[in-house]
Design a protein around this ligand. Structure first.
Ligand code: SAH
Ligand code: SF4
Length: 385
């Protein structure tokens, strides 16, 4: 039996090459790509402007298969979260955050994560595996066309775009799953697929320095860097990758990236941890660190989980910290919590569902936490810029 090629695994170049093997011209590949990514169609017979002979070939050789959805929840504030099955008991999550003039999708790039940041529950789960192109772009495909259907629009050319921005801030370190991430990014930007502007697609990284340079050359989208510390000693503890690429290397890489970036600043994410990295002194140390780097700060109130042993900084502390940065002329925002009631949090719940045989037990644990602590333990979803 021949294995079917999943067209969601192919970026534009790949699809042209694959169609070439079937004896089809590049414009056919573009038509096909539009059916799949702009109209959300997976049934080849519905692709009415393709010749019957091509449709027949496609039925024999190809499929359009997005990963399966385990659950789909919408929060009272409109935030919607899908838990996506990526096989072997692994699940990742995708979160849609609607706002007045934009809709942002937070996507995952790995099941688990090897970086193991001290404050991140995904990291605590360890690394399971890299997602494929189909699993990464499939999250956008699922979200975009489910949202259209929810609005009562049939899949097809007339649908109005629901997702205007994508942030790679779900589970995993995108730059440690480089090739599939790039292919998925290219599809997001492709005019025959999702046609998003580079400014509206953001990769968030914990600081994989060599890959930041490569990203600038291969696909320069907006960049967010998870800084979280103002000196190496602290960052070594919070983001273990810092031992490999320290702050001076990281800041230098951010500066280099600006030559390619679609925006004239880098977003720096900083998780506010009570008594760990949130003093006035830390803020002043940060100012010195980023002195020559055009940047914006996004302060993320830590979303605690019981095993972390860490606490979120108090609101007043976060405000005072932000004020020091702003007084020095740096645009600083504080990430707001969305979708609290459905745990709409990149990384959290999915990490707990790594072993599907224990789903019920783990769901129960989440409920128990909720009862005990009075809230969900989702991480917070944010849109930079
Ligand atoms: N691996 C990438 C992208 C995914 S994490 C990275 O680290 O940048 C997306 C953001 O969520 C990162 O800034 C990360 O530091 C932050 N984050 C992780 N765990 C968190 C938690 N428990 N509370 C608040 N933010 C968290
Ligand atoms: Fe991985 Fe990012 Fe979590 Fe660090 S914060 S463990 S890099 S997902």
């Amino acid at each position: 039996m021949t294995t079917l090629t999943n067209l969601l695994d192919l970026d534009s170049e790949g699809l042209v090459a694959w169609c070439g093997q079937l004896g089809e011209k590049p414009f056919r590949a573009r038509q096909l790509q539009r059916w799949v990514h702009q109209f959300g169609v997976s049934d080849f017979d519905a692709m009415t402007d393709l010749a019957k002979s091509l449709r027949d070939k496609l039925k024999i050789h190809a499929c359009v298969t997005a990963p399966a959805i385990i659950s789909d929840h919408t929060s009272t504030d409109g935030t919607r979260k899908w838990l996506i099955d990526v096989g072997n008991g692994n699940a990742v999550e995708t979160v849609f955050i609607p706002e007045e003039n934009r809709g942002t999708l937070c996507v995952s790039t790995q099941a688990g994560c090897a970086v193991n940041c001290r404050f991140c529950s995904t990291g605590k789960q360890g690394f399971s595996r890299n997602l494929t192109v189909a699993e990464i772009i499939g999250q956008l495909w699922i979200a975009e066309f489910t949202l259209r259907r929810t609005k009562g629009e049939a899949a097809g050319p007339k649908g109005e775009r629901q997702i205007t921005n994508v942030v790679m801030m779900g589970m995993g370190e995108p730059l440690l799953n480089y090739e599939p991430t790039i292919a998925a990014l290219k599809l997001m930007l492709d005019d025959h697929a999702y046609g998003l502007s580079r400014r509206r697609v953001t990769v968030s990284t914990s600081g994989v320095v060599p890959m930041m340079d490569k990203l600038g050359l291969d696909c320069p989208v907006a960049l967010a860097v998870s800084l979280h510390a103002s000196n190496d000693k602290l960052r070594d503890m919070l983001v273990p990758l810092n031992k490999k690429h320290d702050l001076s290397e990281l800041i230098a890489a951010c500066k280099r990236y600006l030559a390619y970036a679609p925006r004239d600043f880098i977003t720096l994410e900083y998780c506010m941890l009570d008594g760990v990295n949130d003093s006035d002194e830390h803020a002043r140390e940060l100012l010195a660190l980023v002195r020559d780097l055009p940047c914006k700060f996004n302060l993320i109130p830590f979303n605690p989980f019981p095993e972390s042993g860490l606490k979120r900084s108090a609101a007043g502390r976060i405000k005072a910290f932000a004020q020091i940065l702003m007084d020095a002329g740096i645009v600083t925002t504080v990430r707001k919590t969305r979708g609290d009631d459905i745990d709409a949090a990149c990384g959290q719940l999915a990490g707990d569902i790594q072993d599907r045989t224990h789903v019920q037990e783990r769901m129960q644990r989440m409920q128990d936490y909720k009862q005990k602590y009075g809230k969900d333990f989702g991480r917070i979803v944010e849109i930079p810029g």
